[in-house]
Write a protein that binds this ligand. Structure first.
Ligand code: NAD
Ligand code: FES
Length: 275
């Protein structure tokens, strides 16, 4: 059993949980993820590690309440336990000692981006960040990023904070004004990563994305996390979760992501009385 040491609400959809998980905390690196089960009858869900503390043996996860299991997870409080917390899974992000990198965090995608940018900054890389969300209340981790990012550009779809518009508008503006980056690291909704990659491809600007498809075992055996990258079949759980953004078949992945929406809505209705 894995004790929950703390739980904080970041906004009305997103929560942060600090879990005592000594094995994972000792070995994990930025980019890796865990698979948890809330209780012994629960389904397995993957969540990217947002932060870890080797001394305290803790791992921080940040999740959006989107379905049955994340709703059950959000009912847990500090002092409760989680049945399983397996990891670290996936390959650590390959972080290069570039001169200058820009991260793009879309909504809750800012959480897995955080450890990657923090480590790059510790390696001496100059790090900029575009933080985008639908509205001001959905922007997360801005203060934490501000401790090491050189420039932070906030965008909101409704204009309630920062610049009104999408993260891609801001990236285009920066590059057209002469900003030079060695790499873009974009993490957020698939549609965002697709359009960031379409924007940066003609510029030959290296773009890394992190994928989070449906997963079951997390060890390359079930095929649930299959994705096409550069025309080849890859399994996100063992070959990723990070990939070259210019090579990912986003449209196929978006179709696959939508496959279980009906079942998810059904179980929520049955078990939680939700729509
Ligand atoms: P969201 O739908 O509110 O989008 C966040 C931002 O993405 C928007 O504000 C906008 O700037 C940008 N965006 C959206 N559509 C765009 C488009 N067509 N072109 C350019 N930019 C666009 O985000 P959310 O509701 O917080 O959802 C976050 C998503 O991140 C979830 O779908 C989740 O699956 C995903 N996620 C990914 C990872 C990962 O490791 N890859 C981890 C956590 C979450
Ligand atoms: Fe089963 Fe990746 S989750 S192969």
């Amino acid at each position: 059993m894995y004790p929950i040491l703390a739980k904080t609400k970041l906004n009305n959809q997103v929560e942060e949980m600090i879990v005592h998980a000594p094995y994972v905390a000792r070995r994990c690196e930025p980019g890796q993820f865990i698979i948890l089960r809330v209780d012994d009858k629960g389904e397995r869900i993957p969540l990217t590690i947002a932060e870890y503390d080797r001394a305290r043996e803790t791992v921080t996860i940040i999740y959006q309440i989107v379905g049955y299991t994340t709703q059950k997870l959000s009912e847990k409080q500090a002092g409760d336990t989680l049945a399983d917390f397996v990891g670290p899974l996936g390959r650590p992000t390959e972080l290069h000692a570039h001169q200058r990198v820009i991260g793009i965090g879309g909504g809750v995608g800012a959480a897995p981006l955080y450890p990657q940018l923090k480590k790059l900054s510790e390696m001496g890389v100059s790090v900029d960040l575009i933080l985008g969300a639908r509205s001001k209340d959905l922007i997360i981790l801005e203060e934490k990023f501000s401790k090491f990012c050189k420039n932070i550009y906030v965008t909101t779809d409704d204009g309630s904070y920062g610049t009104k518009g999408l993260v891609t508008n801001k990236l285009k503006e920066l590059v057209e004004k002469g900003a030079k980056y060695d790499e873009v690291i974009a993490i957020g909704p698939l549609i965002m990563m697709k359009f960031v990659s379409l924007l940066t491809k003609p510029w030959n600007l290296k773009t890394s994305v992190s994928l989070n498809p449906v997963m079951v075992d997390g060890t390359g055996m079930c095929g649930g996390c299959r994705v096409t990258v550069g025309g080849q079949t890859k399994f996100v759980c063992v070959d990723g979760p990070d990939f070259d953004g210019h090579q990912v078949d986003y449209d196929e992945l978006m179709r696959r992501q939508g496959m279980y929406k009906t079942e998810e809505a059904h179980i929520c209705k049955l078990q939680l009385g939700a729509a």
